[in-house]
Design a protein around this ligand. Structure first.
Ligand code: CO
Length: 286
């Protein structure tokens, strides 16, 4: 087998395209759920992906008042507007456009996530990353970076790669330190008719979420457009060509392959652990 053939064989292709499901969460925030609904319960280790995007105050202003999390990490990436978070152990801050918060909820956090604005566009997403069984009850902690602190790799074609976690082909490393699941999480921005390639671990589950524009993926050149999520086949690299100026998120991680027992904000391995989470919350043990 020659090298070209080998490379083609390892290229990831577009396996599934979804526009998500509209839903409402928190105190009535309108959002689109891409992962974590009936038709796509999870993409191991990713438990949920919600995208909120509205300039209508009534669709976001109610926010996400006080609620718990246990057993996983929440990753909040803002694209426009401001979100304030405040938790039960005194942490507080505002995440603004292109800022990231990587919260390891571990054994438990109770927090509120509320829009820090009364008008204008609020756009962002929240990804839930599962924790391995042995780390589900780890001490909660945060990693938070504003836009200007995020590592950016400039491309010769004028595009750029914002590296949140993982490493680009040129070796630019993300700002987030991952001690448990180690995802690749990057925002790739390209001019029209550009090519982008990124190595990925062969068995990682991987997807692309299109922020704007349109791209073609792999050798089959299947198209992915604005506000669509594309799940990729296995393979050691993803190759993208841009049809228009575009920006998208490339996210991947190795599956945990562990039992998942979940209810709302708790994601554990057994039903007993899930019941314990409810009991601990009732007894103010978070
Ligand atoms: Co939350």
């Amino acid at each position: 087998m020659n090298n070209d053939h080998q490379n083609n064989y390892d290229d990831r292709e577009l396996a599934l395209v979804t526009s998500g499901q509209p839903c409402s969460d928190g105190a009535g925030v309108q959002l689109t759920r891409f992962i974590g609904h009936k038709k796509l319960t999870m993409l191991d280790p990713f438990l949920l992906l919600d995208v909120f995007q509205s300039d209508k105050q009534h669709e976001y202003i109610a926010g996400f008042p006080s609620h718990p999390h246990r057993g996983f990490e929440t990753v909040t990436y803002m694209l426009a507007g401001h979100m304030r978070h405040k938790d039960n152990i005194g942490n507080e801050g505002v995440i603004s456009a292109n800022g990231i918060q990587w919260m390891t909820a571990g054994r438990g956090i109770v927090h509120a996530e509320m829009p820090e604005q009364e008008s204008g566009l609020l756009k962002g997403l929240q990804l839930w990353v599962n924790l391995p069984k042995e780390h589900k009850m780890t001490t909660p902690h945060y990693q938070e970076f504003s836009a200007e602190k995020i590592t950016v790799e400039k491309r010769e074609d004028g595009g750029e790669i914002k590296v949140i976690s993982g490493k680009t082909n040129k070796g630019t490393t993300g700002v987030i330190v991952n001690n448990y699941v180690k995802p690749t999480f990057m925002q790739v921005t390209l001019p029209a008719n550009a090519n982008f390639s990124q190595k990925l671990s062969a068995a990682d589950n991987a997807f692309i979420f299109m922020i704007f524009g349109s791209i073609c993926i792999g050798n089959t050149k299947k198209k992915l457009s604005e506000n669509q999520l594309g799940i990729l086949t296995d393979g050691t690299a993803v190759n993208v060509c841009s049809n228009t100026a575009t920006s998208f998120l490339l996210i991947s991680a190795a599956p945990l392959n562990e039992p998942v027992v979940r209810a709302g904000p708790f994601v554990m391995n057994t039903k007993t652990e899930l019941m314990q989470a409810f009991s601990d919350l009732q007894n103010n043990c978070f």
